[in-house]
Unconditional design. Structure first.
Length: 739
């Protein structure tokens, strides 16, 4: 297999030899670090980059020729426009208009490579290379000899020049209108820009009106576009236009929907709202049935159990924060009896309280700071909120606010804050390398806790004494902060001999615990790992137990890969199953990673959200129920659930006397899940590049062993063998003869 740096140098050499003179004459300069040619014409940078496709070397044994495949990519960029957008519209911008690509092939001289340019891949590297070849598929590009590049690149350069204006780019934009509309305004084409904005606005408005009749969800996307266009027209031209489409919640008739999570654990529909005109980002519900919604504009809307709803206000941030960042999570904070959305609180009396993030003495550039906080906790004894905020990853702030949201104190930390451990009055912050430091609230370092590579997520027990560090590495770390002890947690027990080879030999991903949470009483740690692995540990003995879905619940899982061969696609389904290894039962699955865990009835039931399905366990670790295709669900601690089902938000209330003889475990037709993995017709025994190497780099004759030492090769014959290699040795045979 050719080394990556050798391939890069070789490609650069042949491209520069073929094109540098022509491109330099046309005003291009070569940027070696980016392997790109660049010139500036007016407001635009023309860039010509180059590289190679998968399996770049091709050896023709019949012709005894080695060729290199090369791709050229041309792009227009405009750093000047990007800066203008950031200043004028206060948005980030990276303008890029892809133009043409060209494919070439270059016949190489054997002297251009040596044996040092190749290496022997490991079995793992061979496997990954084979999978990559399968995913890439066959090379179907029409390729021209590289010596024709000078001739073919001339019209390409003319095309780049002709496109180097906002008007020309707008006409060649295809179906997209952004960022080509503001580009017209940037180049001073004010009258034309205003005309085009209004034309596009009317087109989108008409399409929205039609879609509202047939596809409200898709229409919502266009409503958002109209709102954005209206804001831009006001900013750029002072034009006031009405988007005309309301995004208010609307009540819908009840469908009397019921859901049965487990025996004697049922919920009945109380309220149904049409949210098709909203793009709900997050929501949560409390035990009174009140629900708080966040939409993509940053608007918070509170819904009462009777369906009455009230807009609480929009999230807003100072100018140095990024605009339109509303990917926050809404949650009910039981200790404070209020809803929380980032640094905003919504009280039971419908008051919106902001916990100010203006904590830094230094000044930040406009739009440079992400407003997302790191953690928030409430101390009911002192009626104080504790907040962790990291504006630039070099400094964090631990801020304390009173019950009304007034800032009491702010303490800077010269490192990234990670978690607030309120019961112990400690802060978890990033330490050196792969480790966390634990600080007192006064800033004193109390200890250092190493973690495995990528295990930068923290789960704390309710009493604060246990800290689980997890996410990427196969091994998770568990620390007893009170006793100073450490344990290793294995979501996937890959330490068992043959575990990966027997059960997961067909995949090459990770085995980390991606989700972990302690139960309300702290008796259990529940986790989910890659490949649909669900586990728990009791926190007394730390004994691991797999949460194995019942046979009935396994109908949730429909994971498949796709194989393409001779133009025919075949779905390869994986059937979840259990298997024994070293006396332990293991659940073998693919996909369907855990995304959320809800504890009901003070931890009596564990509800695991997997895609839009629910799996329910009791504290005896029995899978007592499942729900297929219900949607994304938020549970209150005991009485309510809210579920987003397509265009509807449904509020359900727990019914103690609900009949247990109905089947509500299925809410949609059985649906397959495409893994996204594609395999194409590649020789599974030997991929194309390896075939080349087999032909061009035969293994040298083995040295005589002690047992075969009586059969010596005659010196004259050996010399003759070295001087007249077989043609079947191929390229590397030739290379090795010169070394």
């Amino acid at each position: 297999m050719i080394r990556a740096d050798s391939l890069k140098k070789l490609t650069e050499k042949v491209v520069l030899e073929a094109l540098s003179e022509t491109l330099e004459a046309a005003g291009f300069k070569y940027l070696k670090s980016k392997q790109t040619f660049k010139r500036t014409v007016g407001n635009f940078d023309h860039t010509i980059g180059f590289g190679t496709p998968h399996s770049p070397l091709q050896f023709d044994e019949e012709k005894d020729e080695l060729s290199l495949k090369i791709q050229l990519y041309t792009t227009l960029r405009s750093p000047k426009f990007d800066k203008w957008v950031e200043k004028t519209l206060e948005e980030s911008s990276q303008f890029r208009h892809g133009y043409q690509s060209q494919a070439y092939v270059k016949i190489l001289d054997f002297d251009e490579l040596s044996k040092e340019d190749f290496f022997s891949p490991t079995e793992s590297q061979k496997f990954k290379h084979l999978v990559s070849a399968s995913l890439a598929g066959p090379d179907t590009a029409e390729r021209f000899p590289l010596d024709q590049a000078k001739e073919k690149i001339a019209p390409l350069l003319e095309g780049l020049t002709e496109l180097s204006s906002a008007e020309a780019l707008f006409e060649k934009r295809g179906d997209e209108y952004y960022p080509y509309l503001p580009l017209l305004a940037f180049e001073g084409k004010t009258e034309l820009a205003q005309q085009r904005y209004l034309e596009v606005f009317e087109e989108v408005k008409a399409e929205t009106a039609e879609l509202l009749k047939t596809n409200p969800k898709k229409a919502t996307d266009l409503v958002v576009e109209l709102e954005d266009l209206a804001v831009e027209m006001k900013t750029l031209f002072g034009l006031e236009v009405e988007a005309t489409f309301s995004r208010e919640l609307r009540s819908k008739p009840s469908q009397d929907q019921k859901v049965r999570l487990a025996p004697k654990l049922g919920y009945l529909e109380q309220l149904r709202l049409d949210v098709s005109v909203m793009r709900v980002q997050s929501f949560d519900i409390n035990d009174t049935g009140a629900c708080l919604l966040l939409d993509d504009t940053g608007l918070l809307t509170k819904v009462a159990p009777d369906g009455d709803h009230q807009e609480m206000g929009k999230l807003h941030f100072p100018s140095h924060f990024r605009k339109n960042e509303y990917s926050f999570k809404v949650k009910w904070l039981e200790e404070a009896q209020c809803f929380v959305c980032n640094n905003f609180l919504v009280t039971e009396t419908n008051e919106l309280i902001e916990l100010s993030l203006d904590l830094a003495d230094k000044k930040f550039k406009p739009g440079s700071v992400h407003p997302g906080i790191t953690d928030l906790a409430y101390d009911p004894a002192l009626e104080q909120y504790h907040l962790l905020f990291t504006p630039d990853y070099k400094i964090s702030y631990h801020a304390v606010y009173d019950r009304k949201g007034a800032l009491m104190k702010s303490q800077p930390l010269d490192r990234k804050g990670v978690k607030i451990n309120l019961p112990r009055k400690e802060l978890i912050v990033q330490g050196e390398g792969n480790s966390f430091d634990v600080l007192s609230f006064e800033g004193e370092v109390l200890g250092n806790y190493p973690y495995g590579n990528g295990n930068n997520r923290v789960a704390l027990s309710p009493d604060g004494n246990h800290m689980a560090l997890h996410f990427y590495a196969t091994k998770s770390q568990l620390y007893d902060l009170g006793k100073g002890k450490k344990k290793t947690l294995w979501a996937h027990p890959t330490h068992l001999k043959g575990y990966k080879e027997t059960f997961y030999n067909d995949i090459h991903h990770n085995f980390g615990m991606t989700h972990a949470v302690f139960s309300p009483g702290g008796q259990y740690l529940v986790g989910g790992a890659d490949h649909g692995k669900y586990v728990c540990w009791d926190t007394q003995k730390w004994e691991r137990q797999e949460l194995i879905p019942s046979e009935a619940a396994r109908r949730v899982f429909q994971w498949f890969t796709t194989t393409f061969q001779e133009g025919v696609s075949t779905k390869n389904y994986f059937t979840p199953h259990t298997a024994m290894l070293e006396g332990q039962e293991h659940f073998i699955n693919r996909g369907y990673e855990l995304t959320e865990v809800s504890f009901l009835n003070e931890g009596a039931y564990w509800v695991l959200q997997v895609k839009d399905h629910l799996l329910v366990w009791n504290t005896d670790r029995e899978n007592v129920g499942y729900v297929y295709g219900i949607g994304y669900v938020a549970f209150s601690p005991s009485h309510y659930l809210a579920v987003l089902q397509g265009n509807d938000l449904v509020i359900m209330q727990r019914q103690e006397g609900i009949s247990d003889d109905f089947e509500s475990s299925t809410f949609k037709e059985k649906e397959e899940v495409d893994s996204g993995i594609r395999y194409r017709s590649v020789d599974t025994k030997q991929d194309p590049q390896e075939k080349i190497e087999t032909r061009v780099a035969p293994a040298p004759p083995s040295a005589p062993t002690k047992e075969a030492s009586n059969e010596q090769v005659a010196p004259a014959d050996k010399k003759k063998e070295e001087e007249t290699p077989s043609k079947k040795q191929g390229l590397l045979g030739k290379l090795f003869r010169r070394s």
